[in-house]
Design a protein around this ligand. Sequence first.
Ligand code: SF4
Ligand code: SF4
Length: 372
Amino acid sequence: MQVSHADVLVRNSSYDYEKLKPVVFELLSMLDRGRIGRQSRVLIKPNFLAPAPPDRAMITHPLIVKAAAEYVLEKGAEPLVSDSPAMGTFERVMRDGGFERELKGLPVACRAFGASVMVDVGPPFNRIEIAADAVNADMVINLPKLKTHTQMLLTLGVKNMFGCIVGLRKPEWHFRTGIDRDKFAELLVRVCAAVRPAITILDGILAMEGQGPGKGGVPREFGVVLASDSAFAADAVVCGMLGLMQHDLPTNRAASVLGLMPHDIRTDGDLPDIRDMKLPVMTPLVFGPKGLHGFMRKHLVQRPACNEAFCRHCGECWRYCPAKAIAPELNGLVFDYDKCIRCYCCIEVCPYGALSAKETAAGKVARMLLKR
Ligand code: SF4
Ligand code: SF4
């Protein structure tokens, strides 16, 4: 399926609800095109990575969710706010993230994704389990957060749809795609294409830079909201805004290969020009002669490492690790870098920001040589 064109609407805003609500309403009214009918079931899918206050920039701001829910209610439709957090419970994200407070008194259903249904997303993944509430909704409004991502560079509109894979199925899929970053990107794109969010509104008011998307990232204010009926187009425009090439983002590359990236992307509004966002270092995960891949990966590729001063041995990382590559020992965590697939899920779920991706000394040298 080749997509010809898409519009991406760019608006400045803050979390002052008096200003934010009209912005979100304008974006939704420009993009819903009469598709939100009375009594239609509208899934609102924010980024609920983990329980955290909004000023940590780990989750979509609750006031954006509130504005979207109010818009849906105004149309006579039935909003459902749902996600499957990587860490902690849905209820804790609702409470700690301020969603409970902001949605109080509104007739909005809020619940974690539960049952899944099998959906054929196409080869090589074929049938995979996706949250029934996402598949069966009449419309999905995708509300991602603009954050860095240690494995995938950024997490934006397309990656947010991966949250529709419920619970521990997420790390299972990380494991199945293994060390191949492009294969994982293709999976993300195929899941997004299967869920078909009708509208994506990206929260870039308080974004995250550094080693996101969890506690290792650093909040940074951009004061911008981007919206489109194509999550692929929205992600492409974010790359331009950050001074990146469109194909620098693995999911953009995969979307282009699959014919899902619109050829003609038009922006409406003032796109900020941000050239100094701190991005994670993206070292290739496999390089050199094939027979040496294992050795190269072990010694040259950046790897998760623990700062024992922050680690509280809570167990989140080793329970979540899809490769079972982390073992708690008396003197601290021990990583099996032969097993580790560099998905960086452990960094994502660590509630104390104790983990980060570190380059090996040999890896730094190899990266400089590869650049040349
Ligand atoms: S590194 Fe983080 S997630 Fe892992 S045990 Fe320590 S505090 Fe918990
Ligand atoms: S140790 Fe961390 S990066 Fe390695 S496989 Fe486990 S979760 Fe992924």
